[in-house]
Design a protein. Structure first.
Length: 254
């Protein structure tokens, strides 16, 4: 089996390494990416290729920042059209359901199966830790065989876009909370009361305080990615309620 993984961020590299450990050939694209992406590709044991090399894979996992996911998926369609043996395209990016359905139409027009997937949780620190995928759409069963590689695959049924919607809503609770708390503490710092506020927060809501302390370093190292993700959530919620603005404001705060 041959797997293509696009996106050598921490999560993409962790998934690539998981496949390689199980003897799977993993192909990827790091041309034009940062030296960090190239280093992670090398450490994971993935092989550099081009769009047509990816199209020769059995599975392609797209694990990119929200703002680059759509352009990549559109760019690979000619290569997917060109191959005679069609595989499964697994869309793992935090995108609004409307964008997911747009990509589904593009990918399936090339004869490929399309699976909407949402990766839940941070990149695993332990190589043996399970990685959770929520999947939706009519072809979700095509990826169930990958559980043997240490992935926890949960088919939630429904249509493409449903898994992504859950991912975005969960991000609204987790990343949204951390972003809001960070903005509040920045305001407190401006008024020179941050230390007092921290003590009060820890006393009044110790579990939330621990969550904030544990997550604030990730907020700073993933600022651009989180901002993009919260913007996607804003776009999704605007489809349900045009007056919704809160996540747009939080994305701007990042």
């Amino acid at each position: 089996m041959r797997v293509g993984i696009v996106g050598m961020g921490q999560m993409g590299a962790a998934i690539a390494a998981r496949f390689v450990t199980h003897g799977v050939e993993v192909l990827t694209l790091t041309g034009g990416r940062s030296s960090f992406s190239v280093a992670r590709r090398q450490a994971a044991g993935a092989i550099e290729t081009d769009l047509f090399g990816l199209a020769a894979c059995d599975f392609i996992f797209s694990i990119l920042p929200s703002d680059t996911a759509v352009p990549f998926s559109e760019s690979i369609v000619p290569a997917l059209n060109a191959v005679s043996r069609k595989g499964v395209f697994v869309e793992c990016n935090p995108l609004s359901p409307t964008k997911v359905r747009h990509l589904e139409a593009q990918i399936t027009s090339a004869g490929w199966a399309f699976v909407d997937a949402a990766i839940i949780g941070a990149p695993p620190l332990n190589p043996s830790s399970s990685i959770i995928f929520l999947t939706s759409g009519p072809h979700s069963e095509r990826v169930q065989s990958l559980e043997s590689f240490g992935f926890n695959l949960r088919d939630i049924g429904g249509k493409p876009g449903d898994a992504s919607a859950l991912k975005l809503l969960l991000s609204g609770l987790t990343k949204g909370f951390l972003t809001l708390a960070n903005a509040v503490f920045a305001s407190a710092e401006g008024r020179r009361v941050s230390s007092t506020l921290e003590s009060l927060f820890e006393e009044a809501a110790p579990e939330l305080w621990r969550t904030y302390v544990a997550g604030r370093s990730r907020l700073h190292t993933n600022r651009a990615r989180w901002s993009s993700e919260l913007s996607e959530l804003h776009e999704f919620l605007r489809e349900l309620d045009p007056k919704t603005e809160i996540y747009s404001d939080l994305a701007c705060d990042l």
